[in-house]
Design a protein around this ligand. Structure first.
Ligand code: PGA
Length: 265
């Protein structure tokens, strides 16, 4: 697991976006795994700016989002499909037919989850998966106690997650307590994983993810099993790690190595 610690949220977004842009330059028909929540918004703004500047094209890209509320149609303003359209898809040249978000209004949610897994497999798997992290260590809507091998399925939200997300819903608006989410097993099959976290309220979850035991009590700790997992976090989110200087040292060494390789090429 690589931990990149940067000064602030803007630097986190820029670093993460640069990885996506390099991925698409390397493979124009990349399969991207995308996430909702507040954290990825700044990264999406960077991608939109890069598209407008002509430095990236999404023409051949396919995307799969992590999760969706069960019970919300895609045109509901609180649905994650709506969020993705607003925050990214409507502003870039991705073919909407190639953007996938689990169907919150599926007649048969269990069959919809199986179909989602099938669609990912059919396209050869996810090249790079973007993740946020919940204060309780969730990734996607894989709440604590989720099986570390879980697949896309219907998942009950914890009280903590419902409270964290209540800010997006009106006082008397229906807020779903169920979701459709890629499983931890699904996420672990992505070729690369990028987890972004900013702010002090994520520090405890980041500590559990990086330095805690591998445990279903912190779903993000499953990333310890992934060969290509990169955490991009700001100083505040890193504030409970035991040895921040060590992680910064590794990153400096990596950058020196990459600069050396680039100079040789
Ligand atoms: P946030 O959510 O980016 O809004 O903090 C992250 C998550 O719950 O996965």
């Amino acid at each position: 697991m690589k931990v990149v610690i940067l000064p602030d949220a803007a630097a986190v977004a820029a670093y993460g976006a640069a990885i996506f842009i390099r991925q698409i330059a390397h493979k124009p028909d990349s399969v991207l795994g995308l996430a909702t929540g507040s954290t990825p918004v700044a990264l999406y703004r960077e991608l939109i700016a890069a598209y407008q500047a002509g430095s990236v094209s999404f023409e051949q890209v396919t995307s799969f989002n992590l999760d969706e509320y069960l019970g919300l149609r895609g045109d509901h303003p609180q649905s994650y499909r709506y969020f993705m359209n607003q925050q990214l898809f409507d502003h870039i040249n991705i073919n909407t037919a190639n953007t996938h978000v689990p169907l919150g209004d599926a007649q048969d949610p269990i069959a919809a989850c199986a179909a989602y897994e099938g669609a990912i497999k059919h396209l050869g798997g996810i090249d790079i998966q973007l993740l946020g992290i919940g204060r309780n260590g969730h990734i996607g809507f894989n709440e604590p106690s989720s099986s570390l091998r879980s697949r896309t399925r219907v998942k009950t939200l914890t009280r903590a997650t419902i409270e964290d997300n209540a800010r997006f819903f009106g006082a008397d608006e229906f807020q779903p307590h169920l979701s459709l989410t890629m499983g931890i097993g699904t996420i672990l099959e992505s070729k690369k994983v990028l987890l972004l976290a900013t702010g002090e309220n994520k520090a405890e979850a980041i500590n559990a993810c990086v330095e805690g035991p591998l445990t279903a009590a912190c779903p993000a700790s499953a990333l310890q099993l992934h060969e290509q997992a990169v955490l991009i976090i700001d100083e505040a989110a890193a504030s409970q790690l035991s040895d921040v200087e060590f992680y910064k040292h590794i990153e400096r060494e990596n950058q020196t190595l990459l600069a050396g390789l680039a100079a040789q090429a």
